[in-house]
Design a binder for this molecule. Structure first.
Ligand SMILES: Cc1cc2nc3c(=O)[nH]c(=O)nc-3n(C[C@H](O)[C@H](O)[C@H](O)COP(=O)(O)OP(=O)(O)OC[C@H]3O[C@@H](n4cnc5c(N)ncnc54)[C@H](O)[C@@H]3O)c2cc1C
Ligand code: SF4
Length: 521
């Protein structure tokens, strides 16, 4: 899409790969003295080993975004990996562009990741160039108001935050009270899929974006990636596709979203997508605005009798509650948050996280889904891979790298508090009041993985016993000092204490055996 550019511009404006917000006020009207830069950078493609579909999705969406801006009359410089190969960092690239176009002003949108934010904050341009940062105009709670809800180093509770957001945005409200009289419909939600319900799962809406050119560039510049490579990318990379996915979700999935939010199955072609929206990439790349997403869901609830309040509330909670809450935790605790390791976990990630080659059916499915689609639904991330890493005591730094690399929607601001906080309790309880630890029973309760597993979920010890069962108690025993006075865990320690020495020893021996052969599980 070559566009005739001027030799000189007064202003250079940078758009990062996760700032593809066509509604941003920067783009209200074209200005011939402003050059907008969108660039594929090696530093972004390789700060962690990404899933190949993730890099393709970001680059494809950036290309489409640049084209959309050009069509609206903006002057846009799109730089591919070929064009930027000579720059080893964002700073050297920006400095060179400022000189090349002889600009007086360099503008950027406040990055959501600490790493990039720091780079741009520290960027030392010649004194003739004025540097200014602008709001992303995306999140529902302004950055400047985060300190009213979050305090560095102090725990915050999602439920309180969520209620304040419902009131603030006046969503599903009846005056000052929640519509329907309740804030939370979790009790109605979160069911297991029956075998009949598994057969009714909808086929996910997929797209066909040709990314062969991007794949060639990745090869040319030796960007090492993980996961299944696809020349035709099924993820939405522009507004039309993202809106089509949103409509598909509202019409086909929303009526069952809450009900099967935590369900897991291995028995359907749609077992990786279920009734989930798969909108996280479009949201995190800012192709979609969170308010337009929740408004579409609420409109579907008002107009479609099959969508009830429990379903729509469950969905609204994820977007205006969890997503904004996680961002608040991140920004009020960085950079310290990135090194928290409250439980002193040090083990390495087993090799099967990169291959899916394990006899534990639950892990095999969650990992294979992730490698195939660059996606896993929430409960796979939290209660399968996350829970395993928690119980096994895997070093949070390597777990972070895995999550940050493998998922299409992974950006540090959202990945880090979910992984270190919610899944690993490495933040010592800033996100959750207790660890989300579970044995095999939970996996059995919420899905059908155990039915086709090599291990027996009913056994705690002995040959073929489900590894999660003994590892669960091993985790509780080794962190007894920390957790036994937590009122939400008192009953659990009561059960442990009642087991008696002999049973406790057998369970701990079993767990230690499994931990010793963790690579062979
Ligand atoms: C260990 C772990 C790591 C995670 N890493 C990421 C990540 O890197 N990027 C990411 O966007 N989400 C992450 N999540 C949150 C959540 O799992 C994903 O947002 C969700 O699975 C994306 O799929 P979906 O769009 O189909 O979500 P749906 O189930 O359809 O939910 C709708 C939307 O709600 C939002 N949402 C729901 N839960 C969360 C949450 N806990 N935090 C933030 N937003 C939430 C997302 O925007 C999501 O698109 C992680 C969760 C865990 C437990
Ligand atoms: S038996 Fe254990 S390891 Fe196997 S699927 Fe069930 S919970 Fe996972």
């Amino acid at each position: 899409m070559p566009q005739a550019l001027n030799h000189r511009y007064r202003r250079l404006r940078l758009i990062l790969g996760d700032q593809l917000n066509l509604e941003h006020s920067w783009f209200n009207k074209p200005d011939a003295s402003t050059l907008i830069v969108v660039a594929e950078l090696k530093q972004e493609a390789s700060y962690v080993k990404h899933h190949v579909q993730k890099v393709c999705a970001f680059f494809a969406a950036m290309e489409q975004f640049a084209q959309a801006l050009q069509q609206r009359g903006h002057h846009v410089l799109y730089q591919t990996l070929d064009d930027t190969a000579e720059y080893d960092s964002l700073e050297s690239f920006i400095t060179a562009l400022c000189a090349r176009f002889d600009v007086e002003c360099f503008d950027y949108i406040q990055p959501d990741e600490y790493r990039v934010s720091k780079q741009l904050q520290d960027l030392d341009l010649p004194s003739a160039v004025q540097k200014q940062s602008f709001d992303a105009e995306h999140f529902l709670l302004p950055l400047t108001e985060l300190d009213q809800h979050f305090t560095t180093g102090k725990s915050a509770r999602m439920e309180t935050f969520y209620r304040s957001m419902r009131r603030r945005l006046n969503l599903l409200m009846d005056g000052d009270e929640p519509e329907g009289g309740r804030w939370n419909y979790d009790q109605e939600n979160r069911k297991k899929l029956s075998p009949a319900a598994v057969t009714e799962l909808p086929k996910p809406l997929l797209f066909s974006n040709d990314v062969s050119g991007i794949l060639q560039r990745l090869r040319r510049h030796q960007i090492a990636c993980i996961g299944r490579e696809q020349y035709v990318l099924p993820w939405p990379v522009n507004r039309e596709q993202a809106n089509a996915l949103l409509q598909f979700f509202c019409q086909v999935c929303l009526s069952n979203f809450g009900t099967y939010q935590d369900a897991m199955t291995a028995n359907s072609e749609s077992d990786w997508s279920l009734y989930h929206s798969r909108l996280s990439f479009a949201l995190n790349a800012k192709i979609l605005h969170p308010l337009s997403v929740v408004n579409a869901a609420i409109a579907a609830y008002r107009n479609n009798s099959e969508v009830n309040l429990a379903q729509v509330e469950g969905f609204v909670r994820q977007i205006i509650g969890w997503r904004e809450f996680i961002r608040g935790i991140y920004w009020s605790n960085m950079p310290e948050y990135a090194v928290h390791n409250a439980l002193g976990a040090t083990r390495q990630l087993p090799e099967y996280f990169w291959t899916g080659n394990t006899r534990m059916r639950c892990l095999e499915k969650a990992i294979t889904n992730s490698l195939d689609h660059s996606y896993a639904h929430h409960i796979q991330r939290l209660m399968v891979t996350g829970n395993f890493c928690l119980l096994a005591g895997i070093d949070p730094a390597v777990v972070d790298d895995w999550y940050l690399g493998i998922y299409l929607d992974a950006l540090q601001w959202v990945e880090l508090p979910n992984t270190r906080g919610m899944a690993l309790y490495a933040d010592g309880g800033l996100v959750g009041s207790k660890p989300y630890a579970a044995g095999g029973n939970y996996i059995k309760k919420m899905g059908d993985y155990c039915e086709s597993c090599h291990y027996d979920v009913k056994l705690r010890t002995g040959e073929g016993a489900c590894p999660l069962n003994s590892m669960y108690w091993h985790f509780m025993a080794r962190h007894k000092e920390r957790f036994q006075s937590n009122h939400r865990m008192r009953m659990l320690y009561g059960t442990w204490n009642k087991m008696g020495d002999e049973t406790q020893c057998a369970v701990l021996d079993q767990a230690e055996h499994y931990l010793n052969i963790i690579e062979q599980l």
